[in-house]
Write a protein that binds this ligand. Structure first.
Ligand SMILES: [Fe+2]
Ligand SMILES: [Fe+2]
Length: 325
């Protein structure tokens, strides 16, 4: 991650969509406060050309802060079209969607959670729902997400997609409900942004008592961030606040039991544990979906809502039934 700059926002070259037309000017950074225009708005992006400047490898290009939203808008519009294209593979679709989502997470990081970022997150969710509903191959989806470079983004996109697959297996048909589920899942760990970055990647076993207490505030902090926006549906706020609760009352921050948990949070809490096991992170190597189910069932004593867990089993086993046939 690049350090913040008051007027410019970094864009990883890998997150630019090759061949698309950039709606904004792109700059390279040559000093603390020095930027040089490398590509004008309206020119087709050629990543090979942009990846080096004066024989140096360029990992980040820079965009003026007040123009950044246009770039994100553009990437989301492209991703929205691409995920519905039959000719592309799941891996290609996931990559394009992750690139667009990376822009939204960078917007969150550099500009903060405002109306623009929130509406961009909603658009990402629409495309995620479309992608997950047209995918019956869970392993492909997970391995495509494992290629995505930003850890929080990878995890959040996975929790969002898996939550939609669980909802499908539960036969939830209300589109608005599924979109709220996917949005809450995409934003569930947003409160981590309010914590010291070194704490987020620290293994829990190495945290002091005070650090654990601070870490466990992230659902509350996330809820506060969404409430401050003043327009986020209650269901989405509840998901963020309750994503570390579980059905047996051993979660945090409120130790709610199944009956007290929000129905959408029950799904996201399970998807969150499943994705912590199946998506690679600093502290974990990725388990297979089947191994992850076993870990939740046996090692963790299956603490989640029973119907949601059965639905997740269906999602995973459907794939194995297919692989065996
Ligand atoms: Fe979390
Ligand atoms: Fe999480």
């Amino acid at each position: 991650m690049q350090e913040k700059h008051p007027t410019m926002v970094p864009v990883p070259v890998r997150d630019l969509i090759n061949g698309s037309t950039s709606p904004v000017n792109l700059y390279v950074r040559i000093g603390t406060d020095k930027f040089i225009l490398i590509e004008k708005a309206g020119v087709k992006t050629n990543k090979d050309r942009l990846q080096s400047y004066e024989d140096k490898t360029v990992e980040y290009l820079w965009v003026k802060r007040d123009e950044y939203t246009q770039l994100v808008d553009n990437n989301i519009a492209i991703a929205g079209v691409m995920v519905n294209q039959q000719s592309l593979s799941i891996a290609q679709k996931t990559q394009i969607l992750s690139q667009a989502a990376a822009g939204v997470f960078a917007e969150l990081e550099h500009i903060g959670l405002g109306f623009e970022t929130y509406s961009h997150a909603r658009q990402i969710v629409e495309a995620t729902v479309a992608l997950a509903e047209n995918t019956d191959n869970l392993s492909h989806l997970l391995s495509s997400l494992n290629d995505c470079s930003d850890e929080l983004l990878r995890h959040s996109m996975a929790v969002s997609s898996i939550s939609v697959l669980i909802a499908n297996a539960l036969n939830w048909e209300n589109k608005q409900t599924v979109e709220k589920l996917a949005l809450g899942a995409l934003l569930h760990d947003i409160g981590l942004k309010a914590l010291p970055p070194e704490l987020i990647t620290k293994p829990r076993a190495l945290m002091s008592f005070e650090e654990i207490q601070l870490y466990e505030q992230h659902p509350y902090k996330g809820m506060q961030m969404l409430l401050n926006l003043g327009m986020v549906p209650d269901d989405v706020v509840a998901i963020v606040y309750e994503h570390h609760e579980n059905a047996i009352g051993q979660g945090y921050p409120r130790k709610l039991r199944n009956i007290k948990m929000h129905p959408l949070a029950k799904v996201v809490a399970l998807a969150n544990d499943f994705c912590e096991l199946t998506v690679r992170s600093t502290n974990n190597h990725a388990k297979s979906p089947r191994e992850a189910l076993k870990t939740i069932e046996i090692t963790m004593g299956q603490p989640h809502n029973k119907e949601a867990f059965r639905a997740l089993q269906l999602v995973v086993n459907k794939e194995f039934a297919k692989a065996a046939s």
